[in-house]
Design a protein. Structure first.
Length: 465
């Protein structure tokens, strides 16, 4: 499944920027807004070799410097080299990176206007989640590797992680009413993108049909055909009246192996039956007799024994985590500071053996899981909001998190177990639905981001002479 809520691997953390440059058809970099103030000038960004820093653009009075453009472009170039992808000309790369930075700056300014912040503890949790995703023991080791292998200064790395978290929170804050995904969209996704063998709108059903065949010789004249049809009509009448179908099959069927298993042809995909049979029993209920229907072989009396929807989805195993949570919601009487302080005290009491996680959850958690001692059950973290997923992924089994900001408030989280679980067909369809919902949310966010970029006042600056 699409890893839509996970961070990029830390040693390629800035691949998002490279993706925006290398694949503009999928993630176009917005052009300079035509509606910008008259003072704005859409001037190209020349490539310069000098190292002196200067302002190349101003976004709503906030500058972007040549150093920022060159640093991001170098990161993009390294990523393209690592992927063995072609590099655009330096001037084009710089121009596209500048446009990317302008869009980011406008988004971050919007986040600030919305009062969205990322404190140091949240930043460290995000870095720890990145480290664990790459099997790195500590944040310090992660930062050392980023600096030594990627040439990215630690502070620049932290700033980029902070930016990603801010944008993620802004996206959650600005989300509209949940989008809807139809069953037809799920089916199309599974057929096209997951490669599953589905029918036009639903999995192919399986049928078990019993048959009595009154055969018609190939060279039969009209009188013979009429006689055999009358015989088939009589057998069908008796079967529909409730006589034992298996006994009638044994007495009257001309099919090979007649009477065996009451004329049953066996449970098989509907596509493995003649279309004539499938259409004849399409509206039949189990046990119902239909026909006779005519084929080149003769007259068929059919009884639908069983119909079931086939699960044609292959087995898929996904990592699942069993999580417990103590949630405190933010309100006028319970500020973020109060909630964090209370949760820190809860953690201290649990560590000291004064209280159990379950007892505190039942007494204080403001989540639906409170009655279960905070047990949220098995979750797939990739389907959770980013802050919550990162916090869970950063924990060892049995470990309790620090007070963590989540979309619904502040939480203490504990990982109880981890496993690889084979999903049922129903669960796979739900996962496909979640992916499609995320894609729609991403499209809506990109539309919003273009609008934010379009509203921003942007002034391009020429380099000093």
């Amino acid at each position: 499944m699409n890893k839509f809520f996970s961070f990029l691997p830390p040693l390629a953390l800035l691949a998002a920027a490279a993706y925006a440059v290398a694949a503009p058809a999928q993630q176009p970099v917005p052009k300079a807004a035509a509606s910008a103030a008259p003072a704005a000038r859409a001037a190209p960004v020349p490539v310069h070799t000098e190292q002196a820093d200067y302002i190349v653009a101003v976004v709503n009075s906030e500058p972007i410097t040549n150093h920022e453009v060159r640093a991001r472009a170098a990161q993009v170039r390294r990523n393209l080299q690592r992927q063995k992808a072609p590099e655009p000309p330096a001037e084009q790369l710089n121009k596209e990176v500048l446009e990317l930075l302008i869009t980011e700056r406008a988004e971050l300014q919007q986040a600030s206007a919305e009062g969205i912040k990322v404190d140091d503890e949240t930043l460290r949790q995000a870095e720890l989640a990145l480290a664990r995703q790459n099997h790195i023991a500590t944040v310090e080791e992660l930062e050392r590797l980023v600096q030594s292998q990627e040439g990215i200064a630690v502070q620049d790395f932290r700033n980029d992680v902070r930016r990603q978290v801010l944008i993620g929170r802004l996206r959650e804050r600005l989300a509209d009413a949940p989008a809807k995904v139809s069953d037809a969209e799920v089916d199309a996704f599974l057929r096209k993108e997951a490669g599953y063998s589905l029918g036009a709108a639903a999995p192919v059903p399986q049928l078990n049909i019993a048959m009595i065949l009154v055969a018609v010789p190939q060279n039969a004249d009209a009188a013979e055909v009429a006689r055999l049809q009358a015989r088939a009509d009589e057998v069908a009448r008796r079967a529909k009246a409730g006589e034992n179908f298996a006994a009638l099959a044994n007495q009257y069927s001309d099919a090979t192996g007649k009477g065996q298993d009451g004329g049953a042809l066996g449970l098989r995909p509907a596509s493995n039956y003649p279309d004539l049979f499938v259409q004849a029993v399409r509206r039949a209920q189990a046990g119902e007799v239909v026909g006779p229907v005519r084929s080149a072989a003769g007259f068929h009396i059919l009884r639908l024994l069983h119909r079931q929807q086939a699960n044609s989805l292959p087995d898929v195993a996904v990592p699942q985590t069993r999580v417990s949570q103590i949630l405190l919601r933010i309100s006028p009487s319970q500020t973020e500071q109060v909630a964090r302080k209370r949760l820190a005290d809860f953690k201290r009491r649990i560590a000291a053996g004064q209280d159990s996680f379950e007892a505190l959850a039942k007494a204080h958690s403001q989540d639906d899981s409170a009655g279960e001692g905070g047990d949220m059950g098995w979750v797939v973290t990739e389907q959770l909001p980013p802050d919550l997923a990162r916090a869970i992924d950063s924990l060892d089994i049995g470990q309790i998190s620090e007070p963590t900001a989540t979309p619904r408030g502040w939480s203490l989280l504990r990982v109880n177990e981890r496993r690889q679980q084979v999903l049922t067909g129903k669960q796979q369809r739900q996962m496909a639905r979640n992916i499609l919902l995320e894609r729609k949310a991403q499209t809506a966010f990109e539309t919003w981001a273009r609008e934010v970029r379009g509203r921003a006042w942007v002034e391009y600056r020429d380099p000093p002479r």
